[in-house]
Design a protein around this ligand. Structure first.
Ligand code: PRP
Length: 212
């Protein structure tokens, strides 16, 4: 029987911090720090296999059972509503989903608001909740450019340090939601591997509790 636990880690900014949490929780895989192109790492003694996954894809691997557990941003969970369990707020990767506009923007309620974003479902939900009619302009990146060159009136995007907004002379109009990294689990895996997954959760929540 293969009782190895498959864990999808978000590659990039957050990845190293997330791996350190798992390492300290008692699931080390030292090789993971030694190379930077390899994507799969296994430690049979600790019964874990880690994958480096593009952050926005972690939930897909977990929902489909290719990974038993993983770490995904709250932004992705809100946008795609994947069929997974959200187990724990890891308290890292903290940032905000915000609405921002050019410094001289003033909202004309007579007009449909043009909203540029990568997060179309979050933007749709937010404006529906305040009853504002919008036109969505889906983009894939560099969202801050849209209001500067007149492609949109506002953006719905993530801000962490605020540097990108500042350097592009945009101001925050509203916060849609605070965001952070979440531990997620495949629903069937959570049922069948509950003991192992709960052990990881408990050990990680002790650590994140200490750092908060
Ligand atoms: C994200 C986000 C902002 C930036 C915010 O972009 O979309 O552009 O980070 O960070 P800051 O508040 O610390 O400046 P990302 O780097 O993921 O690239 P993107 O332009 O492809 O969305």
């Amino acid at each position: 029987m293969n009782d190895i636990l498959n864990i999808a880690l978000p590659k990039g900014r957050l990845g190293e911090k997330v791996y350190t949490l798992f390492e300290k929780a008692g699931y080390p895989c030292p090789e993971i720090r030694e190379t930077n192109r390899k994507l799969v790492f296994e430690n049979p003694e600790a019964a874990v296999r880690y994958f480096w996954v593009k952050p926005s894809d972690v939930a897909i691997y977990v929902a489909r059972g290719a990974a038993d557990i993983g770490v995904a941003g709250k932004d992705i969970l809100m946008e795609y509503e994947p069929d997974v369990y959200e187990l724990l707020d890891l308290g890292i990767g903290k940032c905000s989903m915000i609405v921002a506009a050019a410094e001289d923007f003033s909202d004309d309620l007579q007009k449909t608001l043009r909203v540029a974003t990568k997060f179309t479902e979050i933007a749709r939900g937010y404006y529906a909740s305040i009853g504002r009619e919008i036109e969505l302009i889906p983009l894939n990146g560099s969202i801050e450019l849209a209001p500067i060159v007149g492609l949109s009136d506002v953006i719905v995007d993530i801000t962490e340090t605020g540097a990108t907004l500042r350097e592009n002379r945009l101001r925050i109009i509203d916060e849609v939601a605070p965001l952070s990294a979440r531990l997620i689990a495949n629903k069937a895996a959570f049922r069948f591997r509950q003991e192992t997954i709960r052990e990881i959760m408990e050990s990680i929540s002790t650590q994140t509790g200490e750092t908060r």
